[in-house]
Ligand binder design. Structure first.
Ligand SMILES: [Zn+2]
Length: 113
């Protein structure tokens, strides 16, 4: 399962960070996930509960921050919300658009006791 490998990566990363910081219990891991990252939040939460067992994150809470997708038009310069990859500019209908955010998948903060 895709979400399980993400959950395991989050645990590895957070455990490594906690170790670098001199150990301690990890209280919370905050993860940013873009709406276009292709991650099912519920599935990730479920997998995290399993993945964190017997790691320094056993008692950690997973906080997921959803990042809405947004695009930028190279033709007219408009910025707009995007809910899928294939978008045209809502202002000028150009296809010269780039997705600027919404693909995030990263650990933002780790709270250690
Ligand atoms: Zn445009």
């Amino acid at each position: 399962m895709h979400e399980m490998s993400i959950a395991l990566s989050i645990c590895d990363l957070a455990a490594a960070e906690a170790h670098k910081a001199g150990g301690g219990r990890i209280k919370e891991v905050e993860v940013e996930i873009g709406t276009l990252a292709g991650v099912m939040v519920e599935a990730l939460e479920f997998c995290f509960e399993t993945a964190k067992r017997s790691t320094p994150l056993a008692e950690a809470n997973l906080k997921i921050v959803t990042v809405p997708a947004a695009g930028h038009c190279h033709t007219c310069g408009a910025r707009f919300a995007a809910d899928h990859y294939l978008v045209t500019c809502p202002e000028c209908h150009s296809f010269q658009v780039v997705i600027e955010q919404g693909k995030e998948l990263r650990v933002k903060t780790i709270s250690i006791e």
